[in-house]
Design a protein around this ligand. Sequence first.
Ligand code: URP
Ligand code: ZN
Ligand code: ZN
Ligand code: ZN
Length: 488
Amino acid sequence: MEFDTVVRNGIIANASECILGQDIGIKDGLIACIGIGLPVSASTSVIDAQGGYITPGGVDSHVHLEQWNTPTGDTWETGTRSAVCGGTTTVLCFASQNQTDQSVLPVVEDYLGLAKGRSACDYGIHLILTNPTKEVVEKELPLLVRYSGITSVKLYMTYHPMKLGDREILDIMVATRRLGITTMVHAENHDMIELIIETLEQRGQVEPYYQAVSRPKIAEAEATYRAISLSELMDTPILLVHVSSELAAKHIRDAQTRMLPIYGETCPQYLYLLSDRLRGENFEGAKCVCSPPLRERPEDTDAMWTSIANGTFTTFSSDHAATKFYAEGGKRLGLINGRPVFAKIPNGLPGLETRLPLLFKGVEEGRITIQDFVRVASSNPAKLYGVTRKGAVLPGYDADLCIWYPTGKLEPFVLKNSMLHHDIDYTPFEDMTFTNWPRYTLLRGKMGWNRDDGGFIGKFGGGNYIKRTVSALAGPRNVFVNEWRPPI
Ligand code: URP
Ligand code: ZN
Ligand code: ZN
Ligand code: ZN
């Protein structure tokens, strides 16, 4: 066979094994074969990995781009450009129902229309449900699964315009169980948080730091355990998104030990940043406001690493939900008449481009293995969300590759926001030292990022929409709490 591209001299890293001494032959955007000494013709491009790791392109399964009800300073172009420059080749973003929407079909159509022809990487869509009417849940969801390839929903237990009650969550679970799709849950106790915010405001405790005080770990742990209980009653798989603290992770771990179909996700900020980052002069703390918030103790960041290493976390996502520190006209959101009001600071951090390099640091520092890295950053998100042909470097899979520098090849460098490709005026990881970074990113065989020569060379509109299948990982177990059975 004549290959379009052959990648040589790399260590191919999959979630199970590493393959040494073999070439990757790429044809028509797919990995055609992996073998020793693959032939090249005059028209074959050859990429020499020089002994660096070759991991599957990243699958970032939690990204907010141009979503009407979440801060998104980035556009589809700038967000996905930064994804590719950070080794990610697939993003799963959110289309969100408005609470007044009686139908979600136009919501999805609008969002797909917005993304069309603009993404630099492949993309899929999750649906946020905020008004789960019978019509939406019983009639429209099955249509979206079948015809649009939207096979996951996100539910919020907090945030006023999006919050659902337990009964609404249970009703949705009947449908997601029936359809075999993944239910993502943002778990924080709304009433606890609302009460604390009100009293902090009355006491004038409104600086960014109090955002962390307003969302204590117990609010996350309680809601996590409650979501697990709802899931157990309904025998419906759920994924707890953006887990930030040890106790919430422990609830997930305990549920998994009981063989419940409970999955967890964490994000880079919960591996590296502590709540002291919310302090700081000149409103700097606003740069690190996200929900759940950064935690106080290194025990929590350590627990997040451990929970990746021991398999508690299924996926590792950016939760990229970025707002500029200086908005249009130099305005700073959350400063009201020059005074900070933490509750008005848009929640969420930029992180699409730094996600993989930050996780790779954990491999270099011996916190996790390269297999753990691939499992949570690519393979599991692909399996959990029904993204076929991605998340592994194997014949028949899309030739989505992230090629790293060989160990010791890259001079250690200090990260500056100016090196990144998003359209956000800061990174929470400014001044952190890196000893590796994605060197080349290939999307379906085409080079989109060449750090040594050309930088971003991908194409806006070069990304395809992915119609997803039902989850290959999560399914009901047909084990029930008593003789009662959820409706089928
Ligand atoms: O602070 C965050 N995580 N904002 C983004 C929206 C969400 O809840 O994921
Ligand atoms: Zn309320
Ligand atoms: Zn969330
Ligand atoms: Zn999010």
